[in-house]
Design a protein around this ligand. Sequence first.
Ligand SMILES: [Zn+2]
Length: 136
Amino acid sequence: MSHSCTHAIVHCMDFRLNPSIQDFLETHDLVNTTDIIGVAGAVKDINDTEQGFVETQIDLSVKLHAITTLMLMNHTDCGAYGGSDKFETKEEEKEFHIGELRKAQAKLKAKYPNLEIVIMLGDTINNEQTNIVVVE
Ligand SMILES: [Zn+2]
């Protein structure tokens, strides 16, 4: 039996993100072609560990489903990083998360040079709304 899909997304398990992620996948026609990897802190585990749980999930997505694009998404007010209170300003918080995303992107790009790796930041406004922006 063989089955494949084109994309995988790594995002935080935070329930507040669900409606916006669903909207994003629907808008980009990705609902039926995306592996979902939801874990607290999203890329935090990639950056904090040599070969952690999240990276193992990505390895399996590449190996089993032959994905060509990986989407990495962090979000503001992420509890795994200490929430928004840890930062002086919203801009500082966003820059921090973009830094985290770029670090994970570089690590995975070295491992999978042919994989397109998109980084995305979700600005969590409230329980129902997170504004997702594709950074690069
Ligand atoms: Zn989070």
